[in-house]
Design a protein around this ligand. Structure first.
Ligand SMILES: [Zn+2]
Length: 209
């Protein structure tokens, strides 16, 4: 007999932040449904297509090419100070300045993930990075992203400044401030529990908490 489940655990991450199997199935279904809805025609010749492999591929009825669901890579990075004691977060203009999070952006055509991280952080927060390392990923099918989470160390803390458009403020937070904000006691709001942004913040926080 399976162990009793916590209320609401079907659509939540587990305590260690990993996705439950039901959540994985839901995300997979959303991703596939999005592709089936948005890409009914052949991207090569515009012809009609027929579904194959139970909907996991489409074959063009005109040119015969087979097509598969696409995923757009995006990076998200937690930037720490050189001594590892502070974390740089940004306030996105869409959040009205009430919430701070890690920096993120889409990978451009022909770009490596590493290049995306360096470009996005320099654009959004004005800083250069070193000691970049991959941490974890999270599928985000809205509509078809895969978030690849990194951590990195800043070169020059004093250089941090917002781009003024997408990011309206950047701020260095102490470990105590992050701990208190994770507990919902301020000074700022942080991303929700199901997000990889929060997992990256937790990863940094718990290292020396
Ligand atoms: Zn075609």
């Amino acid at each position: 007999m399976p162990p009793p489940k916590r209320p609401g655990s079907d659509c939540a991450t587990s305590e260690d932040g990993s996705a439950t199997s039901r959540q994985s199935s839901l995300i997979e279904a959303l991703a596939l449904a999005g592709w089936l809805r948005d890409a009914p025609f052949c991207p090569s010749c515009g012809g009609g297509t027929e579904l194959r492999q139970a909907g996991w591929s489409r074959r063009c009825l005109a040119c015969g090419r087979e097509h598969f669901p696409r995923t757009d890579p995006a990076v998200i990075v937690a930037v720490e100070s050189r001594d590892g004691e502070r974390l740089l977060l940004g306030a996105n203009a869409n959040w009205g300045g009430r919430m701070y999070s890690c920096f993120a952006g889409f990978t451009e055509a022909g770009e490596s993930l590493e290049a995306t991280v360096h470009r996005e952080i320099e654009e959004e927060a004005g800083v250069r990075l070193h000691a970049l390392r991959y941490v974890a990923s999270q599928p985000w099918p809205f509509p078809r992203s895969l978030m690849l989470g990194f951590r990195a160390v800043v070169d020059d803390e004093a250089a941090a400044r917002p781009d003024g458009q997408e990011i309206i403020d950047v701020r260095w937070f102490t470990r105590a401030e992050i701990g208190s904000s994770l507990d919902g006691e301020g000074p700022v709001g942080l991303p929700g529990r199901a997000s990889i942004a929060r997992a990256l913040i937790m990863d940094w926080y718990e290292e020396r908490a």
